[in-house]
Design a protein around this ligand. Structure first.
Ligand code: AMP
Length: 534
């Protein structure tokens, strides 16, 4: 063999960051508003102490170590420390319902649960139903009866722990999907998949991270590993800014104070940030680039950022894809394009980075052309795409490795992918499909509209017709006629919603997406005015 074959390990990420970027800061803003600072060097040392503490508690290679926590430096230490003793770090989403939490933790057979004091009520309520957990550890508060503390465990160790021997295909992380149908399913990340994903993520056409970047992942660490940001940042020694609370005011202040250049989050986060900015007059500080994903980024949001000179990376991915599947890159002729053409490009979900292959297929699983018109089920494959769900009996892919994402998309001739819908959310009107995403995104641009959801309701002639549910911006007016008029030249005529319904709020999933399933249930028996009037 002519070349060295060091395994691709998550521990090599923290070793590199601690050695080469030792002083680069990691900032944490805690639930009580206080702030602390550590560095990649200190995180490296603490990770070894954390690994030693886990071994002292009796954890073995392959054991699942769970966290129920927001974004902060201690959470980061637990990720790398767990990796170094061969553990599988299972990030649990605290916003799930009790039954889901109990199901997930028991299914994973977690042995340790590290959690934020803010979630103590959840833990108290559920601990009797979590028989596999031997140790409950508070991340950010002193020990108390029945609970030890992260600080005490770390302080008892000297940091000389040697990482255990690892194979790059060993599991290192576990994250459950939100389970839109049936029980949540576990996605088991491996050292190798996480490292390749991290190296991909820093690329200029992906997140564009470097040593001078200051990145604030607003996306929680329990949402597909904060989209991989804590791993990617380690490869180049970016400064990391964490916030354990997601209040718009706190995030805006932190962004200003810490000179955040990059941030990543779902669209709903930015909606709240914009509202705060408008009310307070706060600016963007040093923000250069935002990564928006998890749901389609509305056009009005993209335009607002771009007008402020901020690069928008519109990403598509899933828990099953680690999560980057595609990212909107600026093509080579970007500077020759007009503003509206540039916005058109960013509104689409982008291209796969090297490593990911994409295709769309019809109902007979036949690949469809990349013509920008044919719409089909989106499939992908690659080294950081799921092969098999945790504890499943069979693969989640077909024999050729294609994973069916459950999304519906078109691929344009230039290779840019555009999600038209979640397969379950498309509105089927007269045998044709109406993209609920496109309707929603167009509607969010209308004056006075804060949030919009499009759902299909029963229609005797067309099967389904779209209605739009609208949350108004506080203190503004929006009318049904005004919104329909605004949409007239934005979508095909037959896509225009039959009705606009104003609601106080829309339900969201635990990761901040509009909960379409619930809306479909709620509006299942909705009677369109045009039908009842007739
Ligand atoms: P999750 O695994 O919870 O992150 O959900 C993944 C799903 O979110 C995908 O299958 C898509 O349906 C949706 N999604 C993610 N990013 C986007 C995007 N940029 N545009 C539209 N839908 C998206």
């Amino acid at each position: 063999m002519g070349m060295q074959g060091q395994p691709l390990l998550v521990t090599s990420l923290i070793d590199h960051a601690a050695r080469e970027h030792s002083d680069r800061e990691i900032v944490s803003r805690w639930a009580d508003g206080s702030q602390t600072r550590t560095s990649w060097g200190e995180v490296g040392r603490d990770a070894r102490r954390f690994a030693a503490a886990m071994v002292r508690l009796g954890m073995n290679k392959g054991d699942r170590i769970a966290t129920l926590a927001m974004n902060h430096g201690h959470h980061l230490v637990s990720w790398y420390g767990s990796a170094g003793m061969g553990g599988v770090l299972h990030t649990v989403n605290p916003r799930l319902f009790d039954e889901q939490l109990v199901y997930i933790i028991n299914h994973a057979e977690d042995r340790v649960l590290l959690f934020d004091a803010a979630f103590l009520p959840i833990v108290e309520r559920l601990r009797d139903q979590l028989p596999t957990i031997d140790h409950f550890i508070l991340f950010d508060a002193p020990a108390r009866e029945g609970y030890s503390s992260y600080r005490d465990l770390i302080d008892a160790e000297d940091g000389n722990f040697q990482w255990v021997e690892l194979d790059e295909r060993d599991p290192v992380g576990l994250c459950y999907t939100s389970g839109t149908t049936g029980n949540p399913k576990g996605v088991l990340y491996e050292h190798r998949s996480n490292v390749i994903h991290a190296i991909t993520e820093i690329q200029p056409d992906v997140f564009g991270l470097s040593n001078r970047s200051v990145i604030m992942p607003i996306v929680p660490m329990f949402h597909a590993n904060s989209w991989g940001v804590p791993f990617a940042a380690a490869t180049v020694g970016s400064k990391l800014v964490f916030s354990a609370t997601n209040d718009a005011e706190g995030l805006c202040d932190l962004m200003q104070q810490e000179g955040v250049t990059h941030s990543a989050g779902v669209p709903t986060v930015w909606i709240a940030m914009f509202a705060h900015m408008d009310a307070s007059g706060t600016g963007y500080g040093k923000l250069e680039r935002v990564i928006i994903g998890g749901s389609a980024a509305p056009r009005a949001m993209i335009e607002r950022f771009m007008k402020a000179g901020i690069v928008v990376g519109h990403a598509w991915g899933m828990t099953e894809t680690s999560p980057i599947g595609t990212m909107g890159k600026r093509p080579w002729n970007w500077d020759d394009l007009g503003f509206d053409e540039q916005v058109d490009i960013v509104c689409r979900q982008g291209c796969p980075p090297f490593g990911v292959e994409l295709r769309i297929v019809d109902d007979a699983d036949q690949p469809l052309p990349r013509d920008g018109k044919s719409s089909g089920r989106l499939q992908c494959r690659g080294p950081w795409i799921i092969k098999r769900y945790f504890k499943a009996d069979s693969d989640a892919t077909d024999a050729d490795g294609w994973f069916d994402t459950g999304d519906v998309a078109v691929i344009h001739p230039d290779g840019v992918m555009q999600i038209t819908d979640r397969a379950k959310d498309v509105i089927k009107s007269g045998g044709e499909w109406i993209s609920s995403i496109e309707l929603e995104n167009a509607a969010v641009g209308a004056p006075g509209v804060q949030e919009a959801a499009a759902v299909g309701v029963y229609h005797p002639k067309w099967d389904e017709r779209p209605i739009l549910l609208i949350v108004k911006k506080p203190g503004t007016e929006a009318s049904e006629a005004g919104i329909l008029d605004y949409l007239k030249d934005k979508v095909a005529k037959w896509w225009l919603p039959d009705e606009v319904v104003f609601v106080d709020e829309l339900p969201h999933t635990a990761t901040g997406k509009i909960l379409k399933r619930q809306l479909r249930d709620d509006y299942k028996d909705y009677k369109l005015r045009s039908l009842t009037d007739a």
